[in-house]
Design a protein around this ligand. Sequence first.
Ligand SMILES: Cc1cc2nc3c(=O)[nH]c(=O)nc-3n(C[C@H](O)[C@H](O)[C@H](O)COP(=O)(O)OP(=O)(O)OC[C@H]3O[C@@H](n4cnc5c(N)ncnc54)[C@H](O)[C@@H]3O)c2cc1C
Length: 174
Amino acid sequence: MQLASGAQIAADVVLSATGLLPRVALAQAAGIATARGIVVDRLLRTSAASVYALGDCAEVDGLVLPYVMPLMQAARALARTLAGAPTPLRYPAMPVVVKTPVLPAVVSPALAGAGSWEIESQAAAEEAGAGLRALFRDTQGGLTGFALLGKAVAEKGALAKQICDWLPAPAAPA
Ligand SMILES: Cc1cc2nc3c(=O)[nH]c(=O)nc-3n(C[C@H](O)[C@H](O)[C@H](O)COP(=O)(O)OP(=O)(O)OC[C@H]3O[C@@H](n4cnc5c(N)ncnc54)[C@H](O)[C@@H]3O)c2cc1C
């Protein structure tokens, strides 16, 4: 395999994970504010009146989350807003379910802050037939992220409930 730099790497298999970038050219050409994605507020309003954005292209409070669960949260909130009940977007912790039938995988990224991983010994987990579990804890010991493989994916719901909302519901006005 040859890299863009010209370097050559000998390998039997190449796994490429190149990431995703929102396409913001159309919004920019329309004069709509963009950063990593199309910038929206918690009501999913862009900088242009009556123009909303959600899904992979949208950046909410600095978060660009290009997978299905965030856009479902956004779609439900925006539907209520457009129907006349302004509903600020809330993001609970939303694990990414990777559709790999041979070895199910779930990842809940730790979005911010310092901490460290606790990784259950793979050999021990395999012996128990339980898969692999890795927990990310912040400096106070709170759970802020995790990765699960194999049978351990059954713990997804219970672990996700232990993680604070990524975007909490705004406090009700006094
Ligand atoms: C290979 C792959 C695997 C994935 N697997 C998973 C998974 O397992 N789990 C998960 O949760 N998520 C997964 N995702 C992410 C998920 O598919 C996306 O989050 C989701 O499709 C985003 O929906 P969207 O409507 O925001 O954008 P899109 O689905 O990208 O839809 C945008 C549409 O807008 C159209 N468009 C773009 N520009 C213009 C323009 N200028 N004019 C008119 N039309 C335009 C595009 O053609 C496209 O049809 C995966 C994504 C990829 C690429």
